[in-house]
Design a protein around this ligand. Sequence first.
Ligand SMILES: Nc1ncnc2c1ncn2[C@@H]1O[C@H](COP(=O)(O)OP(=O)(O)OP(=O)(O)O)[C@@H](O)[C@H]1O
Ligand SMILES: [Mg+2]
Length: 255
Amino acid sequence: MNHPNPSPPPLEVKSVTKLFGKNETRVRALDQIDLTIKQGEFVAIMGASGSGKSTLLHVMAGLTVVDGGEVRVEGKDLATLNDTALTFFRRDRIGLVFQNFNLIPVLSARDNVKLPAADDTNLDQRTTELLTRLGLSERQHHKPDGLSGGEQQRVAIARALINDPAIILADEPTGSLDSVAGQDFCQLLNELSQDDGRTIVVVTHEPTVAMWADRVVVLQDGKSMSSFPVEKRDPQAVALGYQNALNLAQELRFS
Ligand SMILES: Nc1ncnc2c1ncn2[C@@H]1O[C@H](COP(=O)(O)OP(=O)(O)OP(=O)(O)O)[C@@H](O)[C@H]1O
Ligand SMILES: [Mg+2]
């Protein structure tokens, strides 16, 4: 008998293509990308600017409709969900940290964090815990324009965690953080994957962030060129792995 797999992978991207623009301005942001991420895995996505990293993250979150292929989250084909179902599914299962934070300007840091909460149970306590964990308790009543870039980023991170998501997708989450705050955040992600079995995908340019991952996926021109495991938490080893992946892609192109 053919038993269905009891727990499908949290994230499956199958032959996904995403095009932007028309005619001569058409951009193939993703070109038949395949990527499967296991439960509890922590994956870093690296690649040059414009290589499709944010597009891939938005596709996995169901924020961007694909032009070809299939995206499955926890086994669910996102194309089969209507907008409402998709919104609830995303809210309940996925924590998203956007590249540009997407905070609501008229709300305080605290209210930004609470905004996407799916239920009110212990909400004040949960919010306080997250704000404290991210070092924001002193700044929680400020609005985004009264916060530094790094503080805004930490609010965005707290907001992504408010529903205790099984999957966390973060687009350059440490870009505005100083190195200490950046490493603290990586430590937090590491705990969330290792201790809680959450699945984590982080887009980053920084080897000091990618070194916390289990695996680095390297994107080039919208194609997933390769991926390599992170064997030790060493930024130089990750930088070298990244460079090797790019060189390999170059050789393949000219062979
Ligand atoms: N909404 C859009 N309309 C038109 N083109 C887009 C849109 N979003 C992305 N693109 C194009 O798709 C390609 C991939 O963009 P994407 O934002 O995914 O890159 P990225 O790897 O995240 O880059 P960065 O490191 O600069 O954030 C780029 O050529 C970009 O210009
Ligand atoms: Mg981007």
